[in-house]
Design a protein. Structure first.
Length: 373
């Protein structure tokens, strides 16, 4: 599809702008529709957004703006969304309105004027807990923790259907049954399913990408609901300890924005990808405490140890990291950026940034609403 015109909703954002760069390098013309929300952009076109990107400032919920943005477009990346598990639990109307109604407005426009392919940004959050196996090797995809267990600080998962032994986390594949334990997770699953269903009904192709914890330059450092590494970086830049919930041993998959951008282009170009859903991640897992320590090293603040809070946030999961074999097989996706390499690049970018630390305000907001234990 090189040489064609691609629209990215949310194209001025962290992931969208990097995907724009990747597409421009590959010979595409790129248009972006973005409302430039103050929490992320301060209401102005970001300096990092390539001047080659045709930016339309508008809201994805505005049908007229969407129709204007779609004129002459061959494919669409739908990345416009409000992001954040914790915030979604109290700004419920705003999350549903932006993420679900915005997707509905876009899909109605595409039903009237279909494109060749639609790629929608989904999220690891739809899995809830990741995949586990029992001591006998039986697969368990329906795991959860009780509030009583969490109040006691018993963080790991146990086999309630067997002899109560501890479960072992393993890489989560796309066949794992979703477990939607936050408003944001519901939003992302709805976006994913809506796009795939409408595309099939109206004769165009769609692909869903389930992004895991994405990090890199351009992430919104002052937004306490963004990725965990950006939150840690914001604290460290302000000489404060990263705050870690539970005991810090929960495991996650951290993927470089450059790998995410490359995977997004592959999802656009791969003939076999139509109608499919893919994990986009690094294929490796780290504890949150280890990630915080590596971030401290990268920012030159190894003297600042993370603070383990022992608290639980409603909507959080214990372990979730990715099996990326499907994306490797179908898309030809292979991560190229190791975590230390990516954090070094992030640290260099951070040295030019000023980050307002809003983490304490976020903690207070969640606590007042009873969303931490």
């Amino acid at each position: 599809m090189a040489g064609k015109t691609v629209l990215i909703t949310g194209g001025a954002g962290f992931i969208g702008s990097h995907v724009a760069d990747e597409l421009l390098r590959s010979g595409y013309a790129v248009r972006a529709l973005d409302s430039l929300v103050p929490q992320v952009h301060g209401g102005a076109r970001p300096d990092y957004l390539s001047r080659e990107v045709d930016l339309i400032v508008g809201d994805v919920r505005d049908a007229a703006a969407v129709r204007r943005a779609l004129e002459g477009v061959d494919a669409v990346f739908h990345f416009a969304a409000i992001v954040g598990v914790g915030q979604s639990m109290y700004q419920i109307e705003q999350y549903v309105d932006t993420n679900i109604r915005g997707t509905a407005v876009l899909l109605e426009a595409l039903a009237q004027a279909p494109v060749e392919r639609l790629i929608v940004a989904s999220s690891m959050s739809i899995y809830g807990e990741g995949l586990y196996i029992t001591p006998t090797g039986r697969r368990r995809s329906d795991c959860s923790r009780t509030l009583e267990q969490l109040r006691q600080g018993r963080w790991e998962l146990f086999d309630s259907q067997g002899d109560g032994q501890a479960l072992t986390p393993v890489p989560t594949d796309e066949a794992k049954t979703p477990a939607l334990n936050s408003v944001y997770a519901v939003n992302k699953y709805d976006q994913e399913r809506m796009c795939l269903i409408v595309a099939q009904a109206y004769g165009f192709e769609a692909v869903a990408l389930r992004f895991f914890n994405t990090y890199g330059p351009r992430q919104a450092l002052s937004n306490p609901y963004t990725g965990v590494l950006a939150i840690f970086a914001s604290r460290l830049l302000n000489g404060k300890a990263p705050l870690i919930f539970e005991d810090g041993l929960q495991q996650r998959d951290f993927v470089s924005i450059h790998d995410v951008a490359r995977a997004s282009r592959l999802a656009l170009e791969s003939p076999r990808a139509a109608g499919m859903t893919f994990n986009i991640a690094s294929g490796r897992q780290y504890t949150v405490t280890e990630a915080a320590a590596r971030m401290a090293e990268a920012t030159g603040r190894p003297d600042i140890a993370p603070q383990i809070t022992g608290q639980y946030r409603v909507g959080d999961v214990r372990h979730c990291f990715a099996d990326i074999s499907l994306a490797t097989d179908v898309l030809g996706y292979r991560p190229q950026v190791a975590l230390d390499q990516g954090l070094e690049e992030l640290a260099q970018w951070l040295s030019t940034q000023a980050a307002q630390d809003n983490v304490e305000a976020m903690r207070s907001e969640l606590a007042q609403r009873g969303l931490t234990i």
